[in-house]
Design a binder for this molecule. Sequence first.
Ligand SMILES: *[C@@H]1O[C@H](CO)[C@@H](O)[C@H](O)[C@H]1NC(C)=O
Ligand SMILES: *[C@@H]1O[C@H](CO)[C@@H](O)[C@H](O)[C@H]1NC(C)=O
Ligand SMILES: *[C@@H]1O[C@H](CO)[C@@H](O)[C@H](O)[C@H]1NC(C)=O
Length: 375
Amino acid sequence: RAPPTVLPGQARAAAPFSAMGRLVGLSLLGIALGLVGERLLALRNRNRLKASSEVESVDLPNCHLIKGIEAGAEDIDILPNGLAFLSVGLKYPGLHSFAPDKPGGILMMDLKDENPRALELRISRGFNLASFNPHGISTFIDSDDTVYLFVVNHPESKNTVEIFKFQEEDNSLLHLKTVKHELLPSVNDIIAVGPAHFYATNDHYFSDPFLKYLETYLNLHWTNVVYYSPNEVKLVAEGFDSANGINISPDKKYIYVADILAHEIHVLEKQHNMNLTQVKVLKLDTLVDNLSIDPSSGDILVGCHPNGQKLFIYDPNNPPSSQVLRIQNILSEKPTVTTVYANNGSVLQGSSVASVYDRKLLIGTLYHRALYCEL
Ligand SMILES: *[C@@H]1O[C@H](CO)[C@@H](O)[C@H](O)[C@H]1NC(C)=O
Ligand SMILES: *[C@@H]1O[C@H](CO)[C@@H](O)[C@H](O)[C@H]1NC(C)=O
Ligand SMILES: *[C@@H]1O[C@H](CO)[C@@H](O)[C@H](O)[C@H]1NC(C)=O
C-alpha cells in the first residue's frame, strides 16, 4: 500500500496499514536520497524547526533555579497532594547533554513545603539503574490510593515503559513491570489511564536511527498515538509530524497531543473503546513540547521551544530560549493563549514542560536546569 496522503497537521483516526509496505517504500527512497547531505535537511526543516520570531522576555518575580538539577528535567508530574515527580538526565541522540555519563533518575519535590527541595527517589533492587534514561512520565492513582509512576525509558537507545509503585513511607519506587511492544518503537510521552493502561506518543515511526532521520527529513507525518493495556494494544491516532507531549483533560473526556514540528496541539475525544477521534487542532507559532493541566482551571500549560535549531545545535553563546504558554478554553472557538514565562536562555534554556500546583510553578528543560516560581 502506498504511504497515506496526509496533509501537514491533519492527524486522523488510525486505520489499518502495512508496515512492510512502508519499510520497502522508504528503503527505496532512502537509497535515492542517501546521497543528499545534512545541509538539505536543515533547509527542508527550517520552517518546522524555527518558529517565526524570537521571544520577548517575560519575567516572573519570585523564581529560583532548583538545586541539584543541572542536566535536564524533561518531564514533571504533580500529584493532587503536591508531590511533584521530575524525570532528570535524559540522553537523546542528537541532543546535547551536560552529564553524558550520569544515569538519569526520578526526583521528588513536596510543593506543600515552604522551601521545597528536590530529592532523588530510591529505586528497588533488580532494576537496571546504570542504563536508566527517563523521558516522559505520568502518574496514576488507583481506587485504593496506590500511586503508580509510568516512565518512558530509553535504556541503550531502546524504548520501554517502566511501571513503578510509589512508596511514600520511604520515598522509593518499586519496579513492577517493563512494557515493550512493536507498536511502541519510539516512545516520547505517556499519559496513564489505569494501573497498567496508558496512551503513548511515538515521535518517530521507526526505531532505527537512519530511518528516523529519513522520515523526519521526508516530513512523512507517520508518527502516532498508541493505546496500551494488558489485553489490548492498538494504534488510535496517526498522521502527526512528530507527536510529543500528551495529556488528558480534567473530565477525562479529551486527550491533548502536542505535535512539536507542526507547531500544533490536537484535541482528540476518547471513545468508550479507547479509540480517539479528532475534535480540533490549535495552531501555535512555536515548537510545542510537553503539556500539563492546571488542576484549578483546566488550562493547558505548554513548555515550548521558539527556535528548535538552537535546541539541536547547542551553542553556549547563543543558547536555546525558554517559553511557557497558557491556553485557556481550548474547546472554545477562540482559545486564549498567553505567555506565562519567556527567557532568552540567560536563566533557563530549552523549556520542555511547565506544571502548576497551588500557585507554584515548576519549569523543566530538556537538558539544562529547572525553575521553581511562586505565582
Ligand atoms: C478502533 O481502532 C481500531 C484500531 O485502529 C480499529 O480497528 C477499530 O475499528 C476502531 N473501532 C471503532 C469502533 O472505530
Ligand atoms: C507532561 O508533563 C506534565 C507535567 O507538567 C505531566 O502531568 C504529564 O504527565 C506529562 N505528560 C505525560 C503524559 O507524561
Ligand atoms: C539575554 O537577555 C539579557 C538581558 O535580559 C542580556 O543581558 C543577554 O545578553 C541576552 N542574551 C542573549 C544570548 O541574547
